[in-house]
Ligand binder design. Sequence first.
Ligand code: SF4
Length: 486
Amino acid sequence: MKVFFLNIPFLHRFTRESRSPGVAPSGTLYYPIYLALAAGLVRQRGYTIDFLDAPAEGYDLKQTEDRVAKFGPDLIVATTVTASVAHDIRVMDHLAKQTGAMTMLVGTHPTALPIETLKASPSLDFVAVGEYDFTVLELVRHFDSGKTRQQLHEVAGLAYRSGEEFILNERRPWHENLDEIPWASLIYRDFLKIEHYSYGAQLHPEVTIVSGRGCPYQCTFCVFPQTITGQRYRPRSVRDVVDEMEFIQKTWPQNKEIMFEDDTLTVDKTRMRELSEEILRRGLKVTWSGNARADFDDVELLKLMKKAGCRLFCVGFESSDQKILDEMRKGGATIGIRERFVRACAEAGIMIHGCFLFGGVRETRETMRATLEMAKRMKLDTAQFFPIMVYPGTRAYEEAKREGELVTENYETWLRGSGYYVSQVCRGQLSAEEISAFTDRAYREFYLRPAFIWQKIRQFFVSPSERSRIILGFFFFLKKVFTRDK
Ligand code: SF4
């Protein structure tokens, strides 16, 4: 069996594998991490693969089709999300007709709506529900061992069509031993160019990996834990993670940073201590960042992490209003503990990229304004402002639908033409348009403040390693401000 893993061509710098898929105003382009992990597993078990990240490589449909046809796969596996699913199904349809290969969609959207996704195209063969590495592997083994479509009920986590019927198999349990899955960076080395990828907050170039999957918190809007990673943190061993960090540093001497795209890297504080100590014990000179939750203020631990190379945390503050946070079930990270976390990070010398959401339940013009003013007061390195995105598969989506606050279920309008985010909910007197417009305004107000501009000029001269990121960020900020459909 030959398997082609594909990140489908779509808009320039369109990210699928993010908790907020789209074209990011910061120019951020995520690695297709989970697709790479599945590809690595299938390759390790002896199957021939090809891997193409079309939005990163700048491939159009024709170039993609040529590459797929040249490889001649038996199966094409592609990741999809709500904002691109209609387009992605059309492309898979086209590739199936051109190559005769079987097709499979994986990711957040098919997990939430497997049968609806299958029904959208008669040439789409399979959908994976939930975590998909072993579902893809088992499907490949199934056909490789000579089993038939009539026996597909044996493949957990699979949805498929059988004649006129659509079958949804039992769900696959979350995989516990993540060390068994080959490093994503092995696929990056063989198929990707790290210079294509960037995060607004990270040094460039950077390599993104996950050291664990899942998040035990219950934020209603957060799509990954509710679909493909799970609501329990499943870490890889510290040894395996630091081995991969060493591999990355040796493979790409030009790499400036490793980003941990775990849903929440800092869930387990004991593990964070062990990870930092292992990096220091090996004498590994590495700069790293990760997603953190603002729910601790242990300065001694933060200083240890800083000493081990931690440069920055991406933190979801979301709102300044405790009632809105409670509605989002952002409980635990209360306003008080968040302020202590920010002070502790400043004392330890770790920077913060703050994330804020507009349009949560109970949002008003006043609460949006208060959140923006709080963001300006906080000592942040950078910030991002999103309209809340409610994806199928999340409680936020179900709530908005139930309350009549979801303004569209036409996924083709889930983003603006440019790929930037747009609100799909209204809240009380706030229309979806007003929420989106305030998000744009927040970007301009935050980044065009004299204090912020001065902070970046100073950083540009004092910290040479930050320069390329500052220039890139400035370029993408201008692009966002001057894009017509903003
Ligand atoms: S803490 Fe972060 S990763 Fe976890 S559910 Fe909430 S938003 Fe998602």
